[in-house]
Design a protein around this ligand. Sequence first.
Ligand code: XAN
Length: 241
Amino acid sequence: TPLWLKFYKTEENLNEELDKLTPPPNITCIYNPIVYASQLHCDYLRRYMDGPKKLVFIGMNPGPNGMAQTGIPFGNVRTVKVLMQLSGSVDKPPVEHPKRPVNGLDCRIEEPSGVRLWELFLRLAGNMEIFSQQCFVHNFCPLSFFDEAGKNLTPSELKGPYKKQLRDFCCEALEKQLVLLKPQVIVAVGEYVMTVLKHSAYCKSDSVSVLRLPHPSPRSANNSNWPEKAQTFLEDNNLIH
Ligand code: XAN
């Protein structure tokens, strides 16, 4: 079995576990792009997960106009179409929030975090082929959460027992995924993932380093200089050159 397919199986198993949980009552819509955008998601895995990776970036969960449209972590439409040269159709989630339509690669709204992250990686590496020889981008949680008003809630903003149940199942899957990918360096994108990784069994090994990249969201405070900050971070840690 190819590595990407073993990886995909861990994602399918996680989806089954997550389906059994009861989300908090304020969450009226849950999107799982690994299911309804499985074609593009698998294209991404098949093309860019040809073997273990030295460096893995881990985001929190799909952004509404990024992975929730394309099935690709931080996958804003332009990056997916132009830089990755992937195309394909995306189905709809079972319950679509009227304010959060899923239009796949026809989505006209850019995901600012995805634009920033992929533009920086590709500027430093040169192209996707060079980037993907040693690096891979993944998300901790496959789900996006919306309330009645269509507000996007992150896994760290969820209420009740679901929050911990979700985290524990995602952690369990991540351990298996890291064993498959065997990274020496894991970069958490944001604080929530950093906290999760500190408790990971895989990350307790002395031969693995865990680093935190500031989150690319332009909505984070004092983040207008993210591209410079992130480039300095990658250079200081000798990560992408
Ligand atoms: N947009 C995002 N997309 C993604 O795939 N993962 C994230 O953590 C994130 N944050 C904003």
